[in-house]
Design a protein. Structure first.
Length: 248
């Protein structure tokens, strides 16, 4: 079940322009290479493509996406190692990225970055929490635990979810939305399950690094899709999974 967006944010437009510029650049370099021009190996390597994809991701998320910085850092580190070997140990890159991800999660949980979104944040560590809530906006951080939120708000406006080494489930079956909403999610070594009515549209802009975003809902008649009920997933998924489900 897929439908086209009827709106486009400036950040999405900027990311498409940047992506197009990168495609033109790499295409031009490839053309020069095929024509016999001596091109440094690193320019057409997976490291350069990873950096480019990270930059596009940052533009798409107004430079607030951790995975974008992670991709740029990983690509740049490996590329730097090609030209200056032994200065950086490639085996240390991924553990450092994971540590930084954890630090970012803790910072967001403690609101060290000055979040402007209203709503009480729930912290769950080494425990399981199941709750029925009518809050219009949900903030939740789960570390080594589990969180289940059954939302009943009839004017739900979105969520900010961080999950590490645990699981988070957001059930919107009994909720309603009056405008397109965004759910920001950061998942590492854990999982997020989003349960929505079958007639809602869900679009994913989540960047997955050794993780996956899966829409497990069954296809329904396109005429039944409500074009006014749009949920957009933003964020990152590292060594984890995001599942979209529906009971219908």
């Amino acid at each position: 079940m897929k439908a086209k967006h009827k709106y486009q944010t400036p950040s999405n437009q900027a990311s498409k322009i940047v992506a197009g510029l990168f495609i033109i650049f790499f295409g031009s370099v490839f053309l020069a290479h095929q024509s016999g021009t001596n091109i440094p190996d690193g320019i057409l390597s997976w490291k350069s493509f990873l950096i480019a994809f990270g930059v596009v991701t940052l533009f798409r998320h107004n430079f607030r996406n951790f995975s974008g910085y992670a991709m740029v850092a990983i690509g740049a580190a490996f590329l730097f190692d090609d030209y200056f070997p032994k200065l950086i140990d490639p085996k240390l890159i991924l553990p450092i990225i994971v540590i930084l991800f954890g630090a970012v999660m803790i910072g967001r949980a403690l609101n060290l970055f000055g979040s402007k979104k209203k709503g009480a944040r729930n912290h769950v560590m080494f425990d399981e929490n199941i709750d029925m809530t009518n809050e219009d906006f949900i903030k939740a951080t789960t570390i080594f635990g589990g969180v289940k939120r059954n939302v009943t708000s009839k004017n739900f406006r979105g969520a900010d979810i961080s999950t590490a080494f645990g699981g988070t489930e957001i059930n919107l079956t009994k909720a309603d939305i009056q405008q397109p909403i965004v759910i920001d999610t950061r998942t590492a070594f854990g999982g997020l399950t989003l349960i929505v009515p079958s007639t809602w549209q869900v679009h994913s802009n989540v960047t997955a690094i050794l993780g996956a975003v899966e829409d497990e809902r069954q296809m329904i008649d396109p005429s039944l899709v409500d074009e006014n009920k749009i949920v957009t997933l933003e964020g990152s998924c590292i060594f984890g999974g995001v599942e979209i489900k529906s009971y219908a």
